[in-house]
Ligand binder design. Structure first.
Ligand SMILES: Nc1ncnc2c1ncn2[C@@H]1O[C@H](COP(=O)(O)OP(=O)(O)OP(=O)(O)O)[C@@H](O)[C@H]1O
Ligand SMILES: Nc1nc2c(c(=O)[nH]1)N=C(CO)CN2
Length: 301
């Protein structure tokens, strides 16, 4: 699979030759006897994330692929091997695979000629790789080095050049840095939120935003370190993800006034993971350093 457009290459885990005797088939006589059905299943994953912590929970186990293939092949008879392949693919995607390829073989298919195998192969993308559906996206922008107002204006222009339709831009606000315990003081941030609609696949949008961050001077050295530009995807409509490279909604969006307040300015009725953002803001206000002042030079909608 062509994955360079996502800024990193994917890995895969696979199991081949999972064999079950069953009676799937279009013809009535096929329902009266069992023949072998064999599945090969390959799941696209990010092995780096799993390998760095040596954690099976961060990958898809080949044993799970075998279970999914076996359970579909051995349950109620269906007409088509396409149906079997589709059902296996959907089970594997539900385990968090980025994409999946499934081949179902039926080497004893009712074919008059001498033949070696009959098979169907399908490929299906999971939600992070699926493009073509227009989704609403909320992006948080921040900067506290250089000329943050100029950088955020520049970044918004760069975002507008992507295949996206920008639907809203908040005021720029100056905010007190939210720091990790013990972290050295930093200059104030300028934050803003931009909303857009796009048919880009979520991981493709992330790659394009990271490329803008790099061109905007972003260097990753310290967790929550001062930065020339930070672009976070806060939510993508209809997509939830635990994947380390793109967690959705952003795991800290619900506790960040510097995200929620500018967002509420342009979409006061919005929800984040089922919660009205207005209520999240009310819950946070006493505990979190407030937005301090509007920053000049806001982009405007
Ligand atoms: N929703 C998301 N938006 C942007 N990046 C994300 C998201 N989920 C996971 N990431 C990953 O987070 C990694 C670290 O991002 P970054 O360096 O911007 O973190 P940070 O700004 O220091 O902290 P924070 O994520 O709390 O804002 C990136 O490599 C990116 O792949
Ligand atoms: N006020 C404010 N504080 C932060 C911000 C930010 O954008 N604004 N970003 C951080 C890491 O992304 C950490 N702390």
């Amino acid at each position: 699979m062509e994955t360079s457009r996502f800024g990193f290459s994917f890995d895969s885990v696979k199991i081949t030759g999972v064999r079950v005797l069953a009676s799937h088939g279009v013809f009535a006589e096929e329902r009266e006897r069992c023949v072998p059905f064999i599945a090969d299943v390959e799941a696209l994953i990010d092995a780096r994330c799993a390998a760095s912590g040596d954690e099976v929970a961060k990958t898809v186990s080949y044993a799970d692929l075998a279970d999914d293939a076996e359970s579909v092949l051995s349950s109620g008879a269906v007409n088509l091997i396409e149906t079997l392949a589709e059902r296996i693919a959907q089970k594997v995607l539900a385990r968090g695979a980025l994409a999946v390829e499934v081949t179902v073989h039926k080497p004893e298919a009712p074919v008059r000629q001498e033949f070696a195998d009959a098979a169907v192969t399908i490929r299906r993308d999971g939600p992070l790789l699926a493009s073509g559906t227009i989704r609403h996206v909320v992006i948080g922008l921040g900067a506290n080095l250089g000329d943050p107002v100029q950088t955020l204006n520049w970044a918004m222009e760069e975002i507008r050049r992507l295949p996206v339709h920008v639907t809203g831009v908040s005021q720029f606000v100056q905010t007190t840095p939210v720091l990790a315990p013990g972290q050295a003081a930093q200059p104030n941030y300028v934050n803003a939120v931009l909303t857009l609609d796009t048919a880009l696949a979520p991981l493709e949008l992330l790659a394009k935003l990271q490329e803008i961050e790099v061109r905007g001077g972003r260097v990753r050295h310290e967790h929550w370190g001062a930065r020339y530009l930070d672009l976070d995807i806060e939510t993508i409509e209809g997509v939830r993800s635990d994947y380390e490279r793109l967690t959705l909604p952003h795991p800290r969006a619900d506790e960040r006034l510097f995200v929620l307040e500018p967002w509420a300015e342009i979409e006061p009725e919005a929800y984040l993971a089922g919660e009205p953002i207005s209520e999240l803001i009310d819950g946070l206000a006493p505990a979190v350093a407030p937005v301090t002042a509007p920053a000049t030079g806001e982009a405007g909608a």
